[in-house]
Design a protein around this ligand. Structure first.
Ligand code: DGL
Length: 269
């Protein structure tokens, strides 16, 4: 059991924000990453469709013998529960609980912003769970569908004119609300966190859903006593279309020493 890999999935490059942290936080663990790039974006799909996609993604990873699965995707985490995954036979971690707990710890003025995909914001999952933690917390949220496309297409440099302007537009009402904490509820968004931080200002704490989920993985592996003991010998990236596009963004984001070479796969393989 210990030596089996961890499975991480997202619609595209967003889950790399979790994988990047896992590479550092759990240095022995082997990782199998799936980016369902054929069907990206997930964030504008119905709950029924998201449930079907999640079942496909989980089956794909389980066929590769993973010991634990992370839905490194705010949209899936907000719209599909583990009980809706038909053949799930390993622990399943989503981004909501760890992200909420990091945001609650960070806020001082109890004003928290949430940005995510339209499906995530529509589900109200982050808002509801924040208020369950503390009813005095005030939230403001905004669905930001264009940001997923911009990140997928590689418009990620800090000075990118288009991404800066789109972010300004989406963030304006959140800034005006006076939040001191902003949840990046879509895992694509930490890839452009510098742009978001510049717009929001240094006083606002950004909560990265990918990082939060990676921390949770580390805790769960320890709790279940299924940590791998020997050094990592495998990191595999699979995508369901356009591996070159994925590799380009992945290698900029993962940085030096990470040479992602995604394998093109059929989700039914
Ligand atoms: N990265 C995903 C999320 O966290 C999905 C974005 C999308 O495909 O729309 O929501």
């Amino acid at each position: 059991m210990r030596d089996r890999p961890i499975g991480v999935f997202d619609s595209g490059v967003g889950g790399l924000t979790c994988a990047k942290e896992l590479l550092k936080l759990v240095p022995n663990e082997n990782i199998i990453y799936l980016g369902d790039t054929e069907r990206v974006p997930y964030g504008i799909k119905s709950k029924e469709t998201l449930c079907q996609y999640t079942n496909d993604d989980v089956d794909f990873l389980q066929r590769r013998g993973v010991k634990l699965i992370v839905a490194a995707c705010g949209t899936v985490s907000s719209n599909v529960s583990a009980s809706q995954i038909t053949n799930l036979s390993v622990p399943f971690i989503d981004v909501i609980a760890p992200t909420i707990s990091a945001a609650v710890k960070a806020t001082k003025n109890k004003r928290i912003g949430i940005i995510g995909t339209p499906a995530t914001i529509k589900s109200g999952s982050f808002n509801t769970r924040l208020k369950m933690f503390d009813k005095d917390i005030q939230t403001i949220s905004n669905g930001c569908p264009q940001l997923v496309t911009l990140v997928q297409e590689g418009y990620i440099e800090e000075d990118n004119f288009i991404t800066n302007n789109v972010c300004k537009e989406y963030l304006a009402p959140i800034k005006a609300f006076g939040v001191d904490t902003l949840i990046l509820g879509c895992t694509h968004f930490p890839i452009i966190s510098k742009i978001i931080q510049n717009i929001m200002g240094e006083d606002v704490t950004l909560i990265d859903a990918g990082y939060s989920a990676a921390m949770e993985v580390k805790n769960v592996l320890r709790k279940l006593d299924i940590e791998r003991l020997s050094p990592r010998d495998k990191v595999e990236y699979y995508v369901t279309s356009q591996p070159e596009e994925f590799n380009r963004v992945a290698n900029i984001f993962l940085g030096e020493g990470c040479d992602a070479k995604a394998i093109l796969a059929d989700i039914k393989d």
